[in-house]
Design a protein around this ligand. Structure first.
Ligand code: C2O
Length: 551
């Protein structure tokens, strides 16, 4: 591989959407951020320079970071944030991965505006396991807020209530014509008839799982989270925050004399407040020379998306996702398990603390919203966990005692318990190098009901099982798929259900795991794994770089 250098300047930038102008934190004055391209085997040296008043850190979502945890990016987990006027070079090599991933800020809510595609091409001369596309197009879904997102989360944290929802969804930063004052900010995909396009779809939205469909067209799903899948055709895809999906779009064989809306809007099963608006882009065919109708006057078709709460579609769609599992791309599902864990994930409450004399706006006026894994709402430390571990100074920073099973056993999916209080802590689960892990995550559905897209840093995992209701340890494992389960880095734990994953802990370091709905992460639905060094020299975490930021 070769070495690629990038410089990302984090700076303020004025952006206008929906007739509201705001100064936002951007990468190189671009919103969304620029595309980063590399090939499998390349080394990336990405210098991030902080020119804004906020602290910043960047995460390369889905990159395995083998032995290079110092470059992973979550603030206070693997590094102290980069302070104003400082810089840090993220240095990592892409080993055994190719596909669509992305990068985003990993501190507070700055990822609302600081994100972009991270595209890894196969090694030179290595083809895709599908027909070579005519063109490749990144399509990044996001959320636009008219006001400052840092102010929104600050207010929500003080009041203990749910934060304001977004004002629009976006494709590549553009809300599209279904919103007021937004027609000129429309993503347009210009295509030729009879060709195949590879759409690299990324869900960078803060808080919403999205359906996406193109009118009068179907797509073929070929990759998810930078892992090739068994191709299947569908008219709609479902994608959770954090996830990426590559699809092939075959255009009509001849000029259709029409244009086609491409729309996305949420999948939401709960009663909570969410933005239920729709973003639209337009698929436009290049017109032949003597076209009769001008492109502006063409008929515009609209896709029919599943209902907001169409769990049936969601379940069918996720069941279709299978690893390609070919000779070249085998699914190396761990067949033996060394340690089994059972975690609950869900919402709960903290007592109201009346910070700044705020009246609390949690589920009751004496409580604040919280979220937890196994009833522990994870508190971010003030020093980075990885440094504390590496320097042997974990005292007062974290406790290496995350529970195997929840300490408070809830009746997960039945009537909510009277006591929804969570405990708080910074607890890590410690694993020996090369431990083969099976983890069942059970949604508690105590308050609200939403799927939780759980993201694990530093690994891909296999989703060996998924179901509704309470996980049954005697019955459900008999139906696990140990042959061709989907391999990914973010999985939706279904609302009122469970997901079982397996992974091999072959990457020493501290690895964050959290719900990729930003509001749930902020409320504490997060924890970290500490994977110890192995005995051999190539099984150890590399030493920290000299420019690693200090807290
Ligand atoms: Cu994409 Cu920890 O995040």
């Amino acid at each position: 591989g070769k070495t690629r250098h990038y410089t990302l300047d984090i700076k303020m930038h004025n952006v206008t959407r929906l007739c509201h102008t705001k100064s936002l934190v951007s990468v190189n004055g671009k919103f969304p951020g620029p595309k980063i391209i590399a090939r499998e085997g390349d080394q990336l040296l990405i210098k991030v320079v902080n020119h804004v008043p906020n602290n910043i850190s960047l995460h390369w979502h889905g990159i395995r970071q083998l032995r290079s945890g110092w470059a992973d990016g979550p603030a206070y987990i693997t590094q102290c944030p980069i302070q104003t006027g400082q810089s840090y070079v993220y240095n990592y090599t892409i080993v055994g991965q190719r596909g669509t991933l992305w990068y985003h800020a990993h501190i507070s809510w700055l990822r609302a505006t600081v994100y972009g595609p991270l595209i890894i091409l196969p090694k030179h001369g290595v083809p895709y396991p599908f027909p070579k596309p005519h063109k490749e197009v990144p399509m990044v879904f996001g959320e636009w807020f008219n006001t400052d997102t840092e102010a929104i989360i600050r207010q929500a944290t003080l009041s203990g209530g749910g934060p304001n929802v977004s004002d629009a969804y976006t494709i590549n930063g553009l809300p599209g014509p279904l919103y007021n004052c937004s027609s000129k900010d429309t993503f347009r995909l210009r295509v030729k008839p009879g060709k195949t396009y590879l759409l690299r779809i990324i869900n960078a939205a803060l808080n919403d799982e999205l359906f996406f469909s193109i009118a009068n067209h179907t797509v073929t799903v070929v990759e998810a989270d930078a892992i090739y899948v068994k191709p299947f055709e569908t008219d709609t895809i479902l994608i959770a925050p954090g996830q990426t999906t590559n699809v092939l779009l075959k255009t009509k064989p001849s000029y259709p004399s029409a244009s086609f809306f491409m729309t996305a809007r949420p999948y939401a099963t709960g009663q909570g407040t969410f933005d239920n608006s729709t973003v639209a882009g337009i698929l436009e065919y290049e017109q032949p020379k003597h076209a009769k109708t001008s492109i502006k006057n063409l008929k515009l078709f609209t896709p029919v998306l599943p209902a907001l709460n169409d769990t049936n579609f969601a379940t069918k769609f996720s069941n279709k996702l299978r690893s390609l599992n070919s000779k070249k791309f085998p699914a190396n599902v761990p067949q033996k398990v060394d340690r089994k864990f059972f975690f609950t994930v869900g919402l709960g409450t903290n007592p109201c603390n009346h910070k700044n004399n705020q009246t609390c706006q949690g589920p009751t006026n004496t409580t604040m919203f919280a979220a937890s894994i196994s009833n522990i709402s994870f508190t971010l430390p003030t020093k980075a966990l990885l440094q504390s571990h590496y320097s042997g100074q974990s005292n007062g920073v974290y406790s290496p005692n995350f529970p195997w099973n929840p300490i408070v056993p809830f009746n997960y999916t039945g009537t909510p318990p009277n006591n929804t209080m969570v405990s708080t802590g910074t607890n890590l689960m410690v694993l020996r190098y090369n431990t083969s892990v099976e983890l069942v995550m059970q949604d508690t559905s105590i308050l609200g009901a939403e799927s939780h897209p759980l993201h694990l840093h530093g690994f891909n995992f296999f989703v060996v099982g998924q179901g509704f209701g309470n996980f049954d340890p005697n019955k459900d494992p008999k139906n696990f798929n140990l042959v061709d389960p989907i391999e990914r880095n973010t999985v939706g734990v279904p609302s009122g259900g469970w997901a079982a994953i397996r992974f091999l802990a072959d990457n020493p370091g501290v690895w964050f795991m959290h719900c990729h709905l930003e509001v749930h992460t902020s409320w504490g639905l997060r924890m970290a794994w500490l994977v110890l060094d192995g005995d051999k020299p190539n099984q150890k975490l590399l030493p920290p770089p000299a420019d690693l930021p200090k807290c």
